[in-house]
Design a protein. Structure first.
Length: 544
């Protein structure tokens, strides 16, 4: 936990980790509060226009104990992998707590995954049990025969064929369950990487991962919890951003977490939910924030109660940063991390750690640097790879059954992120992009996110991707793939206007020399643009 300080220097200098010898995420997020305040609200689920459904800590503890006992009766043991394929809601929190109490390993998966993506992850993890709903059951039905380790399927929509009913399991569970006695390094959670640069890998985390997240959650949310705080994110709870930035820290800190089980981000609906639920603290990925920018007159149309807005997963960009100040009336605190080592850099506007175009500075408790190919910290202003020093309680244990990939992730005691960036003389880190995303043009190294952020500032542009297209003279040129807003029509004149829009706002070497209009933008389940698809497309254009 962060202790209040008035300056970043004091905050970083005075922080010390205090990781207990025994720790279990399940008992920490449920039973600890239930013993003190059983009626305290843990979760609120908003469906339609009615009043929210609420789940107390007492019920969270009781139901997760019962589910853990029921899963144990079904043969789930310590170390077994249990997948969750569910939308935001009570069952996610109950299932996570139950799995950790068993000493099993939670494997959260997005409902948006198709059958091939699900099969790959379930097979790779060797999943023994799945908790899902009717929509998930339909997908599992097509692949269950190719999953020999999968023995137990539980459905929140009731028993169906071989699937057991979630509520019935809890109701019939034996009493007297006691949580497994786990240590901080015992495996607890496997989150698959987003697959933006290759096949997804299962990043295995220990029970300590939740404690390791706390400073990185409290910094952008400016000493969370404060009286009246209430958390929400549109990010899927299957992603590290939704699960470890919002749901589990919120439960641990006693901050009510708002859930809304929707499949697609709708800017108007998101603003309406934040108003209706009295959301005070939110994590909104940059892509979603850029979609919010399409909503006009937010400050006059919506009565928002926001105290903090955090954003991460991609670079925020100067234009979205300035839009947040103008339309939301606050400074968006950008942060950075990876599935393997999350929330290690952050902004914190309230104590002066905020700069447009920069991520922020190292979160207290983490040692982060921009290093060269030999593992030496780069001088200010020089481009290198962002790296995190081990040991670190938020860092993953290993890639599941992939020791070669685990070894390649490290250079000495530096965990390599594969992300390019630089640090300035004041200690601010700027993120350029993944190694493969950085564009090399006429000797310049160009990060795509600033270009994309500038593009979405154009009144006709909804979403954009910027990639390098091979060029015999410049090595690469910047090419932009653009999804237009409703009502806008692509034309040569509009393409020229968009090119000039970037050239006059950024620089002559960063503007896209080619603009192509596309119908849709390929996104990962975490909301990141899959630039690899467009890079391959641009290369094919050159080859034709």
């Amino acid at each position: 936990m962060l202790e209040r300080r008035d300056t970043y220097e004091a905050l970083y200098r005075d922080f010390r980790w205090n990781i207990p010898a025994r720790f279990n995420i399940g008992t920490a997020v449920a039973d600890a509060w239930a013993a003190r305040e059983p009626d305290r609200v843990a979760l609120l689920v908003y469906r339609g226009a009615g009043a929210p459904e609420t789940l107390s800590y007492g019920e969270l503890a009781r139901r997760s104990n019962a589910l853990a006992a029921a899963l144990r009766r079904q043969g789930v043991r310590r170390g077994d992998r249990v997948a969750l394929l569910l939308p935001q809601g009570f069952a996610v929190a109950i299932s996570h707590a139950a799995i950790y109490k068993l000493g099993a390993i939670a494997v959260p998966l997005a409902l948006l995954f198709g059958t091939e993506a699900l099969e790959y992850r379930l097979q790779t993890a060797g999943v023994a049990a799945v908790v899902t709903n009717a929509a998930g059951l339909a997908k599992l039905g097509a692949i269950a025969g190719r999953l020999p380790m999968l023995k137990t399927i539980v459905s929140t929509d009731g028993a169906d064929g071989a699937a057991l009913g979630f509520d019935r399991l809890i109701a019939d569970a034996p009493s007297g369950f006691e949580a497994d006695d786990t240590g901080p390094d015992d495996p607890a959670l496997m989150i698959f990487t987003s697959g933006t640069t290759g096949p997804p890998k299962g990043a295995l985390h220990g029970q300590r991962v939740l404690l390791g997240h706390l400073p990185g959650v409290q910094m952008p949310h400016e000493f969370l919890p404060q009286p009246g705080d209430r958390l929400w994110t549109p990010a899927d709870w299957a992603w590290a951003g939704g699960l470890l930035n919002v749901l589990l820290p919120g439960l641990l800190l006693g901050v009510p977490v708002v859930a809304s089980p929707t499949e697609k981000f709708d800017p108007e609906a998101a603003l309406g939910l934040m108003e209706r639920a009295g959301v005070r603290n939110t994590f909104i990925p940059p892509t979603a924030l850029r979609m919010l920018r399409s909503v006009k007159d937010i400050r006059n149309r919506f009565s928002l109660s926001l105290r903090t807005v955090g954003s991460g997963g991609e670079s925020l960009g100067r234009e979205t940063y300035e839009w947040g100040e103008a339309e939301l009336g606050l400074t968006i605190n950008e942060f950075y991390g990876q599935t393997e080592c999350n929330l290690v850099l952050s902004s914190y506007a309230a104590i002066g750690v905020s700069r447009p175009g920069a991520i922020g500075k190292p979160v207290p408790g983490h040692r982060v640097a921009v290093i060269d190919e030999d593992g030496r910290p780069c001088p200010p202003g020089e481009t290198g790879q962002i790296a995190v020093a081990r040991p670190d309680p938020v860092m993953f244990l290993e890639y599941w059954n992939n020791p070669e990939a685990t070894a390649k992730k490290f250079l000495g005691d530096w965990m390599l992120t594969g992300d390019q960036g630089s640090v300035d003389a004041d200690g601010y880190v700027t993120f350029f992009g993944r190694d493969d995303d950085v564009i090399t043009s006429s000797g310049y190294r160009i990060g795509p996110t600033e270009i994309e952020d500038c593009l979405t500032g154009h009144p006709a542009v909804a979403l954009a991707a910027a990639v390098g297209k091979p060029d015999p003279i410049r090595t690469e040129i910047v090419k932009a793939y653009v999804v237009l807003r409703d009502g806008a029509e692509g034309s040569d004149a509009l393409a020229a206007e968009i090119r000039d829009w970037v050239r006059t706002r950024l620089s002559a070497h960063e503007y896209p020399r080619e603009v192509e209009f596309v119908e849709s933008m390929p996104l990962t389940t975490t909301g990141k643009v899959i630039r690899r698809i467009f890079r391959d497309r641009a290369k094919e254009e050159v080859g034709r």
